[in-house]
Design a protein around this ligand. Sequence first.
Ligand SMILES: Cc1ncc(C[n+]2csc(CCOP(=O)(O)OP(=O)(O)O)c2C)c(N)n1
Ligand SMILES: [Mg+2]
Length: 801
Amino acid sequence: MDVALTVAEQDGRVSGEPHIGDGELAVIDAWWRAANYLTVGQIYLLDNPLLREPLRVEHIKPRLLGHWGTSPGLNLLWAHLNRTIIARNLNALFITGPGHGGPAIVANTWLEGTFSELYPSVSQDEDGMARLFRQFSFPGGIPSHVAAEVPGSIHEGGELGYSLMHAYGAAMDNPDLLVACVVGDGEAETGPLAASWLSNVFLNPICDGAVLPILHLNGYKIANPAVLARIPEEDLLAMMRGFGYAPMVVAGDDPVSVHHQLARALDAALDEISAIQRRARATGDGTRPRWPMIIMRTPKGWTGPQTVDGVPVEGTHRAHQVPLDGVRTNPDHLAMLEAWLRSYKPDELFDATGAPLETLDPLRPQGSARMSANPSANGGVVLRDLVLPEIDGFAVDVPHPGATISEATRALGAWLAEVIRRNPDRFRIFGPDETASNRLGGVFEATDRAFTARIEPGDDNLAPSGRVVEVLSEHLCEGFLEGYLLTGRHGLMNSYEAFIHVVDSMVNQHAKWLKVTREIPWRRPLASLTYLLSSHVWRQDHNGFSHQDPGFIDHVSNKKAEVVRVYLPPDANTLLSTMDHCLRSRHYINVVVAGKQPAPNWLSMAEAKLHCRRGLGIWEWAGTEHGDGEPDVVLACAGDVPTLETLAAASLLRERRPDLKVRVVNVVDLMRLQPESEHPHGLPDSEFDAIFTTDRPIIFAYHGYPLLIHKLTYRRRNHDNLHVRGYKEEGTTTTPFDMVMLNDLDRFRLVIDVIDRVPGLAVKTAALRQEMEDARQTCRDHTRTHGEDDPRITGWTWTIP
Ligand SMILES: Cc1ncc(C[n+]2csc(CCOP(=O)(O)OP(=O)(O)O)c2C)c(N)n1
Ligand SMILES: [Mg+2]
C-alpha cells in the first residue's frame, strides 16, 4: 500500500486511510481477537476453554482476578509489532509498563509457542489451553502480572513507573535492538516515568539501539481519568515535542481505522528509526535526533462488555480489572461473558485440537525473533564475563598499618578506568551527577559522560558515546542500570549514601525479580546490581544533616538473604578487593559503602584480599591479647570511620592500660554476623563465639544505625554483652570529629565504653574515664573556637607498638 510518510510529515494525528492490505489486516485482527480471547479465558475460565458447550457456572473460576482494561491495547500492539518484525526482520523486545496486563502478554507468548516450549504441560491444544486458563492467578500457578515467569519479560511492571527507563537501559550498547515500550497513561503520572522522557539524551544512535515509546492513552487508571488523556491533545503533543520526540497519534474505536493508523504509525516510526541510525552511523554524528513515539488513544477495555447492569464499562475506568464480576451468581453476567468470548469467533482462531489456526502463521515470527523468545529478555543467556584487570596493579602501598593515606574511591577510580577500557561494550557506570564528586574521576581518563544534547566549550568529559551515565535522577540511574543488567550486561551505580533511599522501592522490585528468577530453571543468572555508596554519613563536611542517612543498608538487609550482600571496606585496598569480587558476582544486590576522603590505609593488598575473603577477622596487630588467654574486651568495627575511631581507641588503651587484653575485630562483610542458618555468608556459631567470645564485652563501632547489628546478631550467644555505637540521627554541618562525637562513636567514648563494661575496670580507671570525658569537651571546644578539628585528632596516626 502507500509508502509510509516521514515522521516529520506524519507528526501529529495519523491518517486512518488504508495502509495495509485487507488480507494482512484480517490476520492482524485475527491475532488480536485470539489474544483477547485467551486473555478473557485466563481471567474467567476453569474449563470449557474452547466453548465447545454452553458456558456453565462450574466452568468459571471461584476467584476472578486479573486486569482486563489494559489488555486489548497490549494485544493490539503485540499483533502489529509482529507484522513489522517479520516484514523488517527486527530484533525486538516488548516492555509492558502496565504490567498488570499479565494475561495479555501470556496470551501472546502462548500464541507464539514460547510458553508451551518452556512449560510443556501448557501445550498448544485444548488441554494446554485449559491449563493456561486455570493456572493464571491461581494458587500454584503464575502471577497476575507480567512477572518473571512470563517469557520475554524483563519487567514485572507491578510497581508502575519503570518501563521506559528499563527500555532505555536495555537499548544501551545493543545497536540492533528495538525496544517497544508501552507506557500506561496512569503510569505516566509517576515521578520516575515523568523523568524518563529525558532518557533520549543518553541514547546514542550510533552504538545504542532504539526505544519506541508507545503512550497507551486508554484514558483511565483504576478509578480516575488519566491526566495526560484529559489535557488538550495539542499540549500533550507539545510536551512530547519538548522532550525531543516526534509524536504520532493513533486514535479511535473503529478497529479497521485503528489497524490502518497503527500500521502506518509503526511503519513511519520504524522507517524513521532506521533513517536516524543509518545517518548517525554513516556520519559518526551521535547527537540527539528527534526519535519517533506513538500516542495510542483507544478505549480502556476495548471489545469488552459495553454496559454492565446499566453502567457503562468499556472505555471507562470500570473496565480496569474484571468487568463482569457476578458471573457465578448472576445468569445475565454469565450470558454476557459467553457472548463476549464468542464475539472473538474462537472457531475461526483455533483448530479442532485447540491449536492456533495456520491463518495466524503469517504473524508468527520464528525462533528468537519472537518477542517472547528474544535472548536479551533472558539476560543471563547473553551475558559475557567482564574482563577484569588484576587489582594488584592498582594497590596502594601500605608498608605497615596506617603508614599511608589514600582516598579509597580514587584508588578504585583508577581500576574502574581500566575495567572500562577492557569492556567497551558491556560495562557502564551510572550515577546522579556524582562520579567526580565521589572521587571516581579516574574513569574520565578512559571515557566520557554520555550526553547527546548540546555540548558547550568548557563542559567536562561530555560526549555522545560515554560509558558513564549521569543524570540527576536516582530513579533513572537505577532504572537504566536494571535494564542494562536484565539484558545481560554489567554495571555499577554510584550515589550519595543518603539519597540512594530515593530508589528504595525500585530495589525492592529488583530484589524480588532476582529471588523469583533463581527458582525459574530457564532464567539464567544476571550480573549483580552493585551500589557504591560514597559521600557517606560521617563525612558530609559540606552539607550536613540532610545528607546524613546510612539507612539504605537496613532497607536492603530485609531482602532475601540469597540475594543481598553488604560490604563496608575499611580502606583503599579492601575497597578494591571488594569491588573486584562484586563485579564478578552473579544475581546479587551488593551494597558497598566506602569513603572518599583521605584516610589511613590499614592493609596491604595481600592482607586485604585475605581479610575480604574471610569477611571479618581479628586484627592482631591492633590488639593487645599477648598471644594467650582470652581478651578482656572485643573492639569490633565496620566501616571506614568507625574503624579509624576503634583503632584510635585501641591505641589509647594500649598506652594507658597495657595490661588490658584488647581484641580488635574488623567486619567487611556485614552478613557474616548473621547465623549461617539465616544467610549463606553467616559465620558458624562456633567461629563467631571464638572470635567474639561468649562472655566478654563487645564494643561494636558501626557505620550505620546500631539496631541493625543487634538484629543480625540477636541469636548469638554473646549478644547480651554486645554494645553497639553508630549513627543515632545526630548531625549537622560540622567537623568530622564533631560528627562522631555527636553520635558517641568517637575514640574517647569507645574507651569510656570499655571502662564502663569490662568488669572491675571502672574503679581502677576512674581517672582515665574522666580524662576521656575531658578530651571530648576539649575537642568540642576546639571546633567551636577554631572551626576545625583539634590537631591531636587530625594529626593522629597509628604508631607501631
Ligand atoms: C507505583 C504504583 N502505584 C500504584 C499502583 C496501583 N495501580 C495498579 S494499576 C493502576 C492504574 C494504572 O493505570 P494505567 O497506567 O493507565 O494502566 P492501564 O490503564 O493501562 O490499566 C494503579 C494505580 C501501582 N501498581 N504502582
Ligand atoms: Mg490507563
